[in-house]
Every structure is written in structure tokens, then in C-alpha cells.
Design a protein around this ligand. Sequence first.
Ligand code: SF4
Ligand code: SF4
Length: 100
Amino acid sequence: MAKVNRKFIDEVGSRFNASACMSCGACTAICPMETGMLPRMLFRFTMLGQDGKIRENEDTIFSCLLCRMCEVNCPAEVPIAENVRLLRGYFDVHVFDLAR
Ligand code: SF4
Ligand code: SF4
């Protein structure tokens, strides 16, 4: 069973803005990166504190173009690019040990 990272939930999950997501799949369908990972799976793993699962797919976070095509097509107006930025910031500091 995957380990829940409380620190990750406190620092990222609490600021993550995806509660309006209804998992319709429009964002994944429109994403030019065609990873199948962004952004729905990121949301799920973040809310569950599964930073290990996100790390396994960190390439997808850093390959996001921040183009916001997903946001334009999101019926729930979820700030997807900002959520991706938040995850990048966490990994920069806690995984890559980069200063903010
Ligand atoms: S398009 Fe919006 S509501 Fe639909 S899965 Fe993506 S983030 Fe959630
Ligand atoms: S902002 Fe990122 S997740 Fe959204 S459509 Fe663009 S590349 Fe895909």
C-alpha cells in the first residue's frame, strides 16, 4: 500500500484547488502532451497524499507547457496550470533541493 505523506498534504494538498473537479476527462483529452496523466491523476494522487506516485511520473509535471488549454475547456474552471506550478514548487524544494 502506498504511503501517505502528511507533509505533502499540508504543504500542497491544502493549497491545491481542484475540489470542483468532476473527473470529466476534458482536460486530459485536450492536453497536447498526451500523457494520460495530467491533470486528473495528479489531482487524485495529491489529494490522497501520494507524493511517491507523483514522483514516479515527475516527467509529466515538468513537461506541462502551462498552456492552459485544459483550463479553457474545463467546465468546473479548475486552475489546472496553477496546481501544476504548486507541485513543481514542492518538488523543486523537497526533492531537487532548489531554493525558491
Ligand atoms: S476538465 Fe476540469 S472538471 Fe474535467 S477532469 Fe479536468 S479538471 Fe476536472
Ligand atoms: S497546461 Fe499543461 S496539463 Fe494543461 S493542457 Fe497545457 S500542457 Fe496539458
